[in-house]
Design a protein around this ligand. Structure first.
Ligand code: DC
Length: 243
């Protein structure tokens, strides 16, 4: 089977979406597009302009005028998967700053700002040969995408991975603090985080990034091996009358 032209990967913070997206895109020769960086860029601009991240009109106006470019890493030797320019300024690493992290879910919550971001994401998705990573890509941004993955993992596993990731970048990270932050972000992001009805679900506890990629590639080749999201909904909410 030939690879689907658009693959979406959604799921909660720290589930390993970006790692899977990067590896998958590399294997398929596709563009890797992490839509979270657009919301992070917006949050960075909110801080730069000193506007209130809760102010939906001000955040939407900012989003409308913001020039966000996500480019290949080029000659950069600092391990970046891409370069992000906001109004021409290289903010690639600044988007990982704790102050950006603190407000990004708030800045990303406003429907008008989201509509602007989604339209820009769609324009990139429509070009095809792309792996798009986010929260609402399969459900809302690209609902016709031929392959939708929903990647999940337990809170403990996600906290452990995030801690390791920060430490590997030379930062200091406290596991309990990161765990609490993941719980906080889960509740803030919940409004956009439901899996698409036809998403394939991967629960990645105990799986290495390569094993997850192999699962997806096997699914592309054979068309099986992954759980459908209805089964997942029922597993997560055993009391619900899911169909
Ligand atoms: O995946 P991430 O941690 O880089 O995402 C940053 C924030 O943006 C997070 O609060 C969720 C939000 N986000 C979103 O609302 N919709 C997306 N498609 C991607 C990210």
């Amino acid at each position: 089977m030939s690879a689907p032209s658009v693959i979406t990967i959604d799921g909660p913070a720290g589930a390993g979406k970006s790692t899977l997206g990067e590896l998958l895109a590399r294997r398929l020769g596709y563009l890797f597009f992490d839509t979270g960086v657009m919301y992070r860029a917006l949050a960075w601009a909110v801080l730069r302009s000193a506007i209130d991240p809760e102010n939906s009109e001000a955040v939407a106006a900012l989003a409308r005028d913001l020039d966000i470019q996500v480019l290949p890493p080029g000659d950069a030797t600092d391990g970046r998967p891409y370069t992000v320019l906001v109004d021409g300024v290289d903010v690639t690493w600044e988007l990982r700053r704790p102050d950006v992290e603190r407000i990004v879910s708030i800045a990303a919550r406003h429907p008008a700002a989201r509509a602007i971001m989604r339209e820009r994401q769609r324009a990139i998705g429509r070009r095809g040969q792309v792996v798009m990573v986010g929260r609402d890509i399969g459900s809302i941004v690209m609902p016709d995408a031929p392959l939708k993955i929903y990647l999940d993992a337990s809170i403990d596993e996600r906290a452990r991975r995030r801690t390791l990731e920060i430490q590997q970048r030379g930062g200091s990270a406290d596991l309990q603090h990161i765990r609490n932050d993941i719980i906080r972000r889960d509740s803030l992001d919940r409004h956009v985080s439901a899996p698409a009805a036809d998403a394939c679900v991967i629960f990645s506890d105990g799986l290495s990034p390569e094993q997850v990629v192999d699962l997806v590639i096997a699914h592309i080749d054979d068309g099986d091996g992954l759980q459908d999201s209805h089964a997942y909904d029922r597993a997560q909410n055993p009391g619900s009358a899911g169909t």
